[in-house]
Design a binder for this molecule. Structure first.
Ligand SMILES: C[S@@+](CC[C@H](N)C(=O)[O-])C[C@H]1O[C@@H](n2cnc3c(N)ncnc32)[C@H](O)[C@@H]1O
Length: 279
């Protein structure tokens, strides 16, 4: 994947979702001494972790949202870049954290904020939003077929006692489904809440525009998404940019992991990569 991003070994690259720095490290490994990599993440814990882990003078870490990418880079006198990478969604560290509240396996408070800014948490949505609003986000962001039933059950449960923990919400959804298949029935509910709390779809739309603004002619945009909602936004963006002759799609169909990659890294199972080149 990194091969598709790098067009100049001494170029400037943005890893707009640096996380723990796995991809950034790979970019650095393949680039020369004069290259620069900017690693952005909205999660301050991710930035700190990567700062401790990767000591490379070519890497600059910045805490912030990718919807502000060009402003974030202005401070470093960088107006044009050779490539932008976006690896969307949450990281394994965020999912596994006992405090952040992203996982239905945890007993953490229902938080789900990636950057701990703002007052909107999953707990606020679950306990204060109307049944209709909850149903709407479950359907829109989770593509949840039982959105109405789950919203109703949430409202019934919270009238007895507020739903404070991830495990409590997971049990509410399990009650609606009654049985468990291969995928945990709360997966879509948790995805929907996370997207709403972090305003992820609008973030993605602005992030793509920001990448376009920064890329120099011939520069590449690589986006990895993990669910159809995000992939649709990326696909439409690239199609639209191709029509406007601002970009060329280098992947007409998304690239998905091979059988072997899936086996080695099960969390890559649903990954889809799309690549565009700035014209
Ligand atoms: C799938 S992980 C990336 C993992 C990374 N590629 C690595 O190698 O470790 C996604 C990361 O994107 C960050 N993120 C999500 N939305 C963001 C946004 N709008 N702006 C900046 N970072 C964001 C998350 O905090 C998370 O750390």
């Amino acid at each position: 994947m990194i091969d598709r991003l790098i067009t100049d070994r001494e170029g400037v690259y943005v890893d707009a979702t640096v996380g723990s720095g796995g991809h950034a490290e790979e970019i650095l490994r393949r680039c020369g001494d004069a290259a620069r990599v900017f690693g952005i993440d909205r999660d301050p814990e991710a930035i700190e972790r990567t700062r401790q882990r990767i000591k490379d003078p070519r890497l600059t870490l910045i805490q912030g949202r990718f919807s502000q990418m060009s402003d974030l880079l202005k401070g470093f006198s960088t107006e044009e870049v050779d490539g932008v990478l976006m690896d969307l969604g949450v990281s394994l560290e965020q999912l596994k954290s006992e405090e952040r509240g992203f996982s239905f396996h945890s007993d953490a408070p229902l938080d789900m904020r990636m950057d701990m800014e703002g007052d909107l948490t999953a707990e606020v949505i679950v306990n204060r939003w109307t049944e209709r609003q909850i149903e709407d986000i479950l359907r829109r962001y989770g593509e949840e077929k039982r959105a109405r039933l789950i919203a109703r059950e949430i409202v019934r449960q919270r009238s007895r006692a507020p739903i404070k923990r991830c495990s409590e919400l997971a049990s509410v959804v399990e009650r609606v489904y009654g049985r468990r298949g291969r995928v945990h029935p709360a997966t879509r509910t948790f995805q929907a809440l996370r997207i709403a709390v972090n305003n992820e779809i609008e973030e993605l739309q602005s992030g793509l525009q920001e990448a376009l603004k920064l890329l120099k002619k011939g520069g590449r945009l690589c986006v990895i998404s993990y669910h159809s909602l995000e992939d649709r936004v990326v696909k439409r963006f690239l199609l639209e940019m191709e029509k406007e002759r601002k970009m060329r799609r280098l992947t007409k169909k998304p690239i998905t992991p091979s059988e072997q990659e899936r086996r080695l890294n099960p969390s890559s199972r649903s990954a889809k990569l799309r690549v565009g080149e700035r014209l």
